[in-house]
Design a protein around this ligand. Structure first.
Ligand code: GLA
Length: 377
């Protein structure tokens, strides 16, 4: 009698246990959503938290399609947030550094904020001296939808950039899908369609510090860029049009090199950028295929970030303009406290017919994919 009672109790406990772990799994398998507050003009914004079965988490807001935090393990399994950000919506609304944002309609610079397309001159908003830089997608409220699948938790963000917005032609309908896979990859799929010929160049502007956000500068991070050439710039950081070999210059990252080793060398290009702020011409196999572009290793934590992309270029920026920004959790972001690896078409392509084209036509939808993959060594 007693034995039977014990067995029944144990069985009960066992079932309860299964149910508990099931509901935990369920909680984990669902994307979390909470309010990030309202914009000045009353639009609701939210934070979506994507997680995977290895405990990695990506927090993304539909304000600017912005990555707010990325929690990834170090070689001992300790999780840390490896991207810069702000604690509140206000930080993103007033910030000027494009932290974590989806950047467009044209990432990077367009000289003198103008270009000619099909014989017509288009004049753009000047927001970087005489130039147009990055566009305004980072300050818009995007429409969000949970599109999770067996590939991982996924957030779709859409935005309609109206004909004439910031001077660009065509109603451009843009979609960005963030997917967090169980391989610790944050995959970003961009797509878009237009109703008139236009130009497009989308990227993500995460500022990475693999030692943890706000934990010092990135000069000891070791970088590899799969590129034999880069696009040298003029004083306004506009490409001169030359594709220059990196050989024998501080721009040679074809073998893993600490970022700080040569950043302050007396090199005219480094002086113009106040450090690295240049576009590398990626060595590619088939154009448009997803290929490894760069890799960063942080020796203390052991964290490794690999960047794969379908894009022909990569802007490597060492946070030279970070000037004491008050960021998340009381951290202050000083010069070179983070690095950006912005996959893109080359800067000022609309004014360089020799560069890979950024023209988008109604008959041909835009597509671009970038993967940020985390691991340890
Ligand atoms: C890009 C540019 C930099 C700087 C940052 C944003 O990476 O190339 O010059 O403008 O964005 O601060």
């Amino acid at each position: 009698m007693r034995l039977r009672a014990t067995i029944i109790v144990m069985l009960g406990l066992f079932i309860a246990n299964i149910a508990a772990s099931d509901s935990q799994a369920e909680a984990k398998s669902k994307m979390q959503k909470h309010s990030f507050g309202k914009t000045e003009d009353g639009q609701q914004t939210d934070i979506y938290i994507l997680s995977n079965n290895r405990g990695m988490e990506a927090a993304i807001t539909n304000y600017g399609g912005t990555v707010i935090s990325l929690k990834v393990p170090d070689r001992n399994g300790k999780f840390e947030d490896v991207v810069l950000g702000y604690d509140s919506l206000d930080g993103y609304a007033t910030g000027k550094a494009y932290i974590g944002a989806t950047v467009g309609r044209y990432a990077n610079r367009i000289a003198h904020a103008r270009f000619i397309l099909n014989g017509t001159i288009f004049t753009l908003a000047k927001n970087d001296g005489d130039n147009h830089l990055h566009g305004g997608f980072n300050k818009r409220v995007w429409t969000a939808r949970d599109v999770s699948s067996s590939a991982g938790q996924a957030l779709e963000l859409t935005y309609l950039s109206k004909d004439g917005e910031e001077g660009f032609p065509g109603n451009l309908s843009v979609k960005v899908v963030y997917t967090l896979t169980d391989q610790n990859e944050l995959k970003i799929d961009y797509s878009g369609t237009t109703d008139k010929d236009t130009v497009i160049n989308l990227t993500n502007h995460c500022y990475f510090n693999l030692a943890g956000q706000g934990n010092g500068d990135i000069l000891q991070h070791q970088l590899l860029i799969r590129a034999d050439r880069f696009t040298p710039v003029d004083a306004a950081l506009i490409p001169t049009g030359e594709l220059r070999s990196v050989k024998g210059t501080p721009f040679d990252f074809t073998t893993e090199t600490a970022i700080g080793t040569r950043i302050d060398q007396d090199d005219p290009q480094l002086k113009l950028g106040r450090g690295y702020d240049h576009n590398w011409v990626l060595n590619r196999g088939t154009a448009g295929s997803l290929s490894p572009a760069a890799q960063v290793y942080e020796p203390h934590s052991g964290r490794v970030l690999e960047v794969l992309t379908t894009e022909p270029g990569l802007q490597f920026y060492t946070g030279n303009f970070l000037d004491g920004i008050h960021g998340k959790e009381g951290k202050v972001y000083k010069r070179r406290y983070a690095l950006c690896l912005e996959t893109q078409h080359f800067p000022d392509s609309p004014n360089h017919p020799d560069f890979p084209s950024t023209v988008l036509k109604p008959s041909q939808p835009y597509k671009s994919t970038t993967v940020y993959k985390f691991s340890t060594r």
